[in-house]
Design a binder for this molecule. Sequence first.
Ligand SMILES: Nc1nc2c(c(=O)[nH]1)N[C@H]1C(S)=C(S)[C@@H](COP(=O)(O)OP(=O)(O)OC[C@H]3O[C@@H](n4cnc5c(=O)[nH]c(N)nc54)[C@H](O)[C@@H]3O)O[C@H]1N2
Ligand SMILES: Nc1nc2c(c(=O)[nH]1)N[C@H]1C(S)=C(S)[C@@H](COP(=O)(O)OP(=O)(O)OC[C@H]3O[C@@H](n4cnc5c(=O)[nH]c(N)nc54)[C@H](O)[C@@H]3O)O[C@H]1N2
Ligand code: SF4
Ligand SMILES: [Mo]
Length: 675
Amino acid sequence: MSFELIRGACHHDCPDTCAWEATVAGGRVMKLRGAADHPTTRGQLCPKVNRFVDRVYHPERLLRPLRRVGPKGSGEFEPVGWEEAIDEAAARLSDAASAHGAESILQFSFDGTQGVIQKGIMADRFFDALGASDIRRHLCGVTAWMGGADVLGIPYGIDPEDLRHAKTLILWGTNTLLTNRHLWPTIEAAKSNGATVVVIDPIRTATAAAPEVDVFLQLHPGTDVALVLAMVNVMEQDELLDAEWLGDRTTGWAELRESAAAMSLATASSITGLAADRIEWLARTYATERPAAIRVLVGPEHRQHGRDIMRAIATLPAVTGAWRDSGGGLARSTQVYFEAALNFDGNRPQRREFNMATLGATLNDLRLEPPIKALVVHNSNPAVICPDQNAVIQGLQQEDLFTVVIEQFMTDTARYADLILPATTQLEHLDLMISWGHFYIALNQAAIAPCGEALANTEIFRRLAAAMDLDSPGLTDSDEDMIRQLLDSDHEWVQGITIEHLREAGWTRLNIPPGYRPYVEMAPATPDGRLQLGTLEFRSGHETVGGDPELAARYPLTLMSRKQHTKFLNANYGGFEAHLPHEGEPRLEIHADDAAARGIADGDRVEVRNDRGSLTLAATISQVVRPGLVTIPFGWWNRSTPEGRAVNALTNPAVGEDGKGSAFFHENLVEVARV
Ligand SMILES: Nc1nc2c(c(=O)[nH]1)N[C@H]1C(S)=C(S)[C@@H](COP(=O)(O)OP(=O)(O)OC[C@H]3O[C@@H](n4cnc5c(=O)[nH]c(N)nc54)[C@H](O)[C@@H]3O)O[C@H]1N2
Ligand SMILES: Nc1nc2c(c(=O)[nH]1)N[C@H]1C(S)=C(S)[C@@H](COP(=O)(O)OP(=O)(O)OC[C@H]3O[C@@H](n4cnc5c(=O)[nH]c(N)nc54)[C@H](O)[C@@H]3O)O[C@H]1N2
Ligand code: SF4
Ligand SMILES: [Mo]
């Protein structure tokens, strides 16, 4: 049998965007491995994706369109042909549009794939042409973007690969070993070059416990602004700041200095729970042991004042001028570089929008003008990933909400569909892969023909557009046409990068030189071309122990719900036996003091409860949290508890006052009792 090697890249919502090679024989993928020549993949995928071929050929894969026959949520469906499925979807969407207006149709999609084409270009063209309501995709990274932008204009960061040059390297609210594992060799390189590696996190994560980490600062959740203010205060008092940099490159130093002066070490210590001498040490080290770099992704953003935290973190290198040293500054998402460089369509129409965090409230709000009467879900699993899960499921249960779900598996969301349309996986479709963790762009080539009757998202929307007689430009473009359009850009960072080149090479780096220093080599895109400092204040969120006293009296424990399992990637694998952690179920982690006060022993069944919902779980007496904090892992499917719910039954769907930003996933008050 002859073998063929097909180059592609992982589609998951993960900063690493690994390049891979599929070995194909007789139309079947025999093997999938990380590209050995890719600078960050280095021949290794990860525990989540090492068995991806099993997912593609999984016996539970959805391979035919399905129509609901049982009650919503029952999972009872019958197969139908594609033509019938498309005609039915087109007719029902047209009915909703004529009866209530096209805005009664809601597009709900997220980051199931990060491939630019399958993620949404054709889908967006379809819903733009239709005039449907859109969802604000703010559950991940947007709050962090906004906080960074408050200081930086457009939040470009440094090349994460340049972190190897850092002498002080702070992993600030990011669990690199778990969530960004292909960056770890860079952390190790920095460490061998003599860097001091610091982790700042309310939880003793795998990263915090790694031998490469010199100092772990376990602060109270949501208190980072107080820490930053105290650091600025120390640096100012010890005359470690550069007046020339502050004068030439920043605006608002006087206001920031005043805010910082009001934050004494003693106050910061009592707010954060960190010893004053640790804060002092961090400030001095950060200011003097340079290059000084901070790595953050999204962890601290999922709170009421997450934008302030992200702004505070971005303020540090702006104050010290850490950006001047190659390998110094802030490394967050690199996605902005790709967004600036590629030729994305900038002329899309305005559509009515709802924040995805409030999906439950949106679906249940009958006073909306018009209310939501049809829902089309692709690349997402809102019944698991959205906060306030009980409200989301109540919304999905409505008999008269016509729901289409485009999926690969019978997820908790797909169970509520009227029609399920089977989608291809990354091994079956073409896509262009950008990354939020490095500067490499990749072409994902289809290794095999679609399994069963599955179709790519793009093809499904092309067929729906034709069936609904939509005739806007671009609705018949092929996937390759769309890739060519994206690469057809004058921007220097993508000059010379063509689909032909990518077909050969698989991946290539954007034309950004190593050691590139944003905000030194380019001015920030702020109104005055300077980094923005200004007044900064520590505030407690409403649903925290320092917030609403009445709520905190009834629910004295803080719940965080983070990514925790090595074989989970968001909710993609929570329903797959081979991916479950050895304990086989989600567990509540609780400190020994809080457990003792409630008569809870390790392994006891407990009820975790607040006004939004309750879950029955086994408790683990845990060393990773301090008293007052409990955690439940995110990503489990709803069948993992007797209630048929997962952690998001307890989480806070509130968003910023302007309707923007992520849900406050990590700011929930609960009470725990033995059952
Ligand atoms: N294995 C695996 N990898 C993944 C994912 C996955 O599900 N599994 N998901 C991917 C996705 S979608 C994303 S967005 C990234 C997320 O990547 P990360 O941002 O690294 O991960 P999170 O677990 O969201 O948060 C990181 C840390 O932030 C901490 N944190 C929370 N609140 C605060 C705070 O107030 N202050 C401070 N200092 N720290 C805080 C949490 O305790 C947590 O340890 O990971 C990606 N990679
Ligand atoms: N409690 C709590 N909730 C959270 C978080 C948390 O830390 N705690 N993290 C939040 C974050 S950071 C994120 S990014 C979101 C993630 O939210 P989502 O992006 O919705 O999550 P995924 O589990 O990655 O889901 C995607 C679904 O897309 C499907 N899919 C994959 N590829 C394709 C494709 O090509 N076509 C189609 N049609 N479907 C495809 C998969 O089968 C999967 O079911 O969750 C958020 N929710
Ligand atoms: S999930 Fe992340 S680490 Fe794993 S293969 Fe995909 S990109 Fe790489
Ligand atoms: Mo995310």
